[in-house]
Design a binder for this molecule. Sequence first.
Ligand code: SAM
Length: 197
Amino acid sequence: MTELPFSQSCENNKSFILDILREAFADRQEVLEIASGTGQHACHFAANMPWLRWQPTEMPEHLPLLEPRCSAYAGTNLLPPLALDVRTCPWPMAVPDALFSANSLHIMAFSAVELLFEVLARDADADTVLAVYGPFNYNGQYTSPSNASFDQWLAQRNPDSAIRDFEAVDRLAGSAGFALQGDHEMPAHNRLLVWRR
Ligand SMILES: C[S@@+](CC[C@H](N)C(=O)[O-])C[C@H]1O[C@@H](n2cnc3c(N)ncnc32)[C@H](O)[C@@H]1O
């Protein structure tokens, strides 16, 4: 059997994220995951929150990384992966009552983050829940030396990538009608932000 694409950080953070999502998504029906990567989060969260339908998505060129693990999923509540670049307007699928994304806002350009919230402003229903995991800066400061080094590494790799300011993202969320419900500390100086419309 060939090995499935694997991310160690997903293995490390998935149980901590699940603890929060169980509550945040307790009354939700379907989650659209943006930038699902290897599919480890999608499979883990779908298996552990069986009341949800989980829709993984990725940039079209990265779907081959996502599909093998999703195909191997034993349950019925993981939907087949779909292509989604958040800059596409409109998105090729409806926005369900919940969204999740991990480690994506610092990879995509800030203009893409802005477009993501523009789409949500237009197409998300009232009462939609959005949960975003990753590193954030607060008051213009890194939350750790390791995040400062990570940001330098990101900039060298792609000048459009950067750890985002919590305040800037929360402002975009607010403009799209989302109110912050929780800002949870996660291991390795990451956060899990939960907004509700
Ligand atoms: C560091 S990976 C995170 C993958 C996975 N969520 C995880 O936690 O391991 C960043 C992901 O963002 C995705 N991404 C970058 N720009 C994007 C865009 N414009 N729309 C959707 N996804 C994007 C990439 O394809 C990549 O899979």
